[in-house]
Design a protein around this ligand. Structure first.
Ligand SMILES: [Zn+2]
Length: 297
């Protein structure tokens, strides 16, 4: 019953209150049976829900994330599979944002800050292979992470950042999504995304042309992927932790949020794309800074 409870609570279905009926007297249970028999559509609905639960659990695997300390249900990908998927999708991501910036100074900055986070924190002990890309697009203010460690920031966002610490805040947040395995967790919840990823995975293993329609669709889907509310809070908290561990000023994570809030007129940048928006992300970041600083003393 535990798995059912977790599934129902995870999805906040109104059926969650069914579990309260476990200890009901026999007479009431008979009443439930009569209700079911009188409503064949209810039986069909229960089968559909049951089938959905079966599919979700048979197509995914439960996993303890040592990094975040949480149990999570993720699509059946090993970290190596995630790395392959990310590496195969990276060229399409670069293509959709006008290529990579040629200027060696700014690409070196992004790479240096990103690698500093990886090498100075526990991220270095994960199996992921991190690569940092500066995308040429100077209109779209955004940053992304693909599974396995491919991290991207657009020239438009880099231009707005006031210092290296803020850049570390953006990259730290995206690294947080990778080690939190948030995108494959979302894949496990979205059948469509999972089937696209499987198609892409097959294309990789068959050595087929990776610029297939499926790849384009997969990357577009990932660009617009909305992580869960808790995923964003977790990525923020990990970002703050990385900043502190690397000797950057964690207050700059708040600076990043304020910059993004000010400019997000059109499409929301990934870092603000929480749905539903907790509205108090900055407060959560402040609380995390206070907590981590107290632990350091
Ligand atoms: Zn995010």
């Amino acid at each position: 019953m535990n798995f059912l409870r977790r599934f129902l609570s995870g999805y906040r279905l109104p059926f969650a209150r069914f579990e309260q009926e476990e200890g009901m007297p026999a007479a009431s249970q008979g009443g439930c049976l009569n209700l079911l028999l009188a409503n064949p559509r209810l039986i069909i609905a229960l089968f559909v829900i049951g089938g959905g639960i079966f599919k979700y659990y048979s197509g995914t695997t439960e996993y303890h994330n040592d990094f975040t300390g949480h149990e999570q249900r993720v699509a059946r990908y090993t970290p190596e599979g995630e790395i392959r998927l990310g590496l195969a999708s990276a060229p399409e991501m670069v293509r959709q944002f006008g290529g990579e910036v040629a200027d060696p100074k700014s690409t070196a900055l992004v790479n240096r800050v990103g690698q500093r986070i990886v090498s100075s924190t526990l991220v270095r002990e994960t199996p992921y292979r991190f690569q940092f890309h500066l995308l040429r697009d100077d209109q779209t203010i955004n940053a992304f992470a693909l599974p396995g460690g491919q991290i991207f920031i657009t020239a438009a966002l880099l231009k707005l950042l006031k210092n290296e610490d803020q850049l570390a805040g953006v990259l730290g947040h995206e690294i947080g999504h990778v080690v939190g395995r948030h995108s494959i967790q979302q894949m496990a919840k979205s059948e469509f995304l999972q089937s696209l990823a499987e198609g892409v995975g097959m294309a990789i293993s068959n050595g087929r042309d990776q610029s297939s329609v499926q790849m384009t669709e997969y990357v577009s889907k990932l660009i617009n992927l909305k992580y869960g509310r808790n995923d964003e809070l977790e990525a923020d908290a990990l970002g703050v932790r990385f900043l502190i561990e690397c000797g950057y000023d964690p207050e700059n994570m708040i600076g990043v949020m304020e910059i993004l809030k000010k400019v997000s007129g059109g499409r929301q940048p990934e870092m603000l794309s929480t749905h539903p928006d907790p509205g108090n992300r900055i407060e959560h970041i402040r609380a995390e800074i206070t907590k981590l600083r107290a632990e350091q003393k």
